[in-house]
Design a protein around this ligand. Structure first.
Ligand code: HEM
Length: 197
């Protein structure tokens, strides 16, 4: 939501997609997500720029091994994966890796995926391998539906028209340094549905 408040054109594009696919006579639901590629791209791009666990959680090498770049890792070493840097590497993501560009996840045919999607080795906000997050599928659906319904039903703006501070706080997870405060107004075309809920 913070990224959409600072990138209103992406918010408008997602709302237009929702209006075209879901309409305004019912609420967006989980089964709609398959037909909302741009909304899913917004979620992917957000997890790329702001992975919940920027260094994942510590793991221990179970045997001696050599990882990318020829670095030897001895058995028993604590390993942290710098997902934050990987997901902003200009060699992978282009010259402006710090910019919010959901379109980078769109395939030519309007689908979501390609080698840079959440399952590729260039992006791993949910981890990878045996200890990968078991909640990935649930999380993507919940975030998609929650964000989608908020866009479908309301217009959003930062409180008092203030600029959103996107700087990051510290910790194992990555909170916003300044918590987001936003104001919402029901969209005119959704008012009758919202009143009936
Ligand atoms: C956007 C939301 C979420 C993100 C970004 C996320 C990310 C992660 C990450 C990075 C890990 C560590 C993977 C590793 O060890 O390398 C993890 C582990 C885990 N996550 Fe999530 N997660 C999310 C939501 C959820 C949800 C909704 C659930 C449960 C319903 C969940 C359950 C777990 C569990 C149980 C583990 C530990 C797995 C293990 O150590 O074997 N997560 N998650």
């Amino acid at each position: 939501m913070a990224l959409l408040l600072t990138n209103q054109s992406a918010a408008k594009k997602a709302t237009a997609e929702i209006d075209a696919v879901v309409g305004t006579s019912r609420l967006l639901q989980e089964s709609d997500l398959a037909g909302l590629p741009y909304l899913r791209c917004i979620v992917s791009e957000t997890l790329r720029l702001y992975p919940l666990a920027p260094n994942h959680v510590p793991h221990e090498a179970s045997r001696d091994c050599v990882v990318a770049g020829g670095h030897a890792v001895a058995r028993g070493t604590m390993v942290l994966v710098d997902v934050y840097s990987m997901q902003r590497d200009p060699a992978v993501w282009g010259q402006r890796p710090d910019e919010f560009v959901p379109e980078r996840f769109m395939d030519d045919d309007g689908g979501v995926g390609g080698r840079r999607d959440g399952g590729s080795r260039w992006m791993m906000p949910f981890g990878m391998g045996r200890r990968k997050c078991p909640g990935e599928s649930l999380a993507l659906r919940m975030v998609g539906v929650a964000l989608g319904v908020m866009l479908q039903c309301f217009e959003w703006e930062p409180e008092g028209g203030k600029e959103v501070d996107m700087s990051e706080g510290s910790g194992l997870t990555m909170p916003m340094a300044t918590p987001l405060v936003a104001v919402c107004r029901p969209r005119a075309e959704m008012e009758s549905l919202l009143k009936a809920l």
